[in-house]
Design a protein around this ligand. Structure first.
Ligand code: NAP
Length: 295
């Protein structure tokens, strides 16, 4: 059994996962949250310098270039953060013998499978974001194989930052009709639940290099939007029904192609931490959004 970490560095401060990590942080781990203003991990020496100065025994990389469509035209910006910075981070953490937990995505898979992807299934990304995230994973495995863990997650929502749930709430409150993609399936995932799993992994002696974590259940963006509407009306976050129209990915015509089916097989992770259905977590998140509005 290894010694639990005492001093953690979380890379990312105002991002969705960073805020969820802060909201769920174990009291016995002193944690320093650094976003791009405090630590620009694209600067080659920045990480190395910080790890030399401070006695961190755990680094959680919650940073990333996450704009999936923009990554198609800004490939080098996405690669700089999702791949080259991760390589540098892996090299520095290996040199200082620091445990590194890194976040990745369901978009490393091509979506052609008809059953949830397992951690050891072969990735094959179909968009630039997925390619840069996979390159980051590969750098981590190559440069810090002994003490690093990749956690892949998907379709994150929370009361924090920008996400599908918050976008839907805004649109539903301002329009009478919205179009939502119905031919992509995945697992909506509470960032709060993901954060709790990350903290759990950080306290655990793990032998697996990769974990998958999502809420339980598989659905489409269209069905997810309908459930958001139902919950929003129940919680008083929306006072009328809007017409939600199912459309195809082709009609939506986003810059980046998304996998049609990117559900993650999380059985291995669920042995370590009990998960809940996405509808249950969605209700909890909606309640928090409602409470935040009232205070
Ligand atoms: N969102 C999803 O649905 C989803 C799904 C699967 C996996 N993931 C992965 O989860 C991780 C976090 O995603 P997220 O949704 O929390 O993303 P996010 O909300 O877009 O946050 C991105 C974070 O990256 C930090 N960052 C950006 N540029 C940086 C730089 N140069 N140096 C240091 N930090 C920098 C930001 O710092 P500031 O705090 O200063 O803004 C922010 O905290 C990413 O690796 C992403 O690929 C996300």
């Amino acid at each position: 059994m290894s010694i639990p970490p005492k001093n953690a560095l979380v890379i990312g401060k105002q991002g969705q996962v960073a805020l969820a990590l802060r909201a769920t942080q174990p009291q016995n781990i002193k944690t320093d949250y650094r976003g791009r203003a405090q630590l620009d991990i694209r600067q080659p020496d920045a990480i190395h310098k910080l790890l030399r100065q401070k006695p961190f025994d755990l680094v959680i990389n919650a940073s990333g270039y996450t704009q999936v469509d923009l990554a198609e035209t800004q490939h080098s910006e996405a690669d700089a953060l999702n791949h080259l910075s991760v390589k540098q981070l892996a090299i520095s953490c290996a040199e200082h013998n620091i445990r590194l937990i890194h976040l990745s995505t369901d978009y490393v898979f091509d979506g052609k499978q008809d059953q949830p992807y397992r951690p050891d299934d072969v990735p094959h990304p179909i968009n630039a974001y997925g390619q840069t995230k996979l390159a980051g994973e590969q750098a981590l495995t190559r440069y810090h194989p002994k003490n690093s863990t990749i956690i892949r997650s998907a379709w994150l929502y929370s009361p924090f930052g920008n996400n599908f749930v918050k976008t839907m709430l805004k649109l539903m409150n301002s329009r009478s009709e919205i179009n939502v993609i119905a031919d992509q399936q995945g697992s909506p995932t509470s960032a709060i639940e993901l954060a709790q799993f990350i903290w759990q992994i950080s306290l655990q002696d793990t032998t697996s290099p990769r974990y998958h974590w999502s809420d339980i259940g598989v659905t489409s963006w269209f069905e997810f939007a309908k459930q958001i509407q139902t919950c929003a009306i129940e919680e008083g976050l929306l006072n009328k029904e809007v017409n939600i129209k199912p459309i195809s990915s082709q009609d939506y015509n986003a810059a980046a192609t998304r996998p049609q089916f990117s559900a993650l097989d999380c059985q291995h992770s669920y042995c370590l931490r009990q998960a809940k259905r996405w509808q249950t977590n969605l209700k909890d998140v909606m309640k928090t959004i409602k409470n935040n509005e009232e205070t």
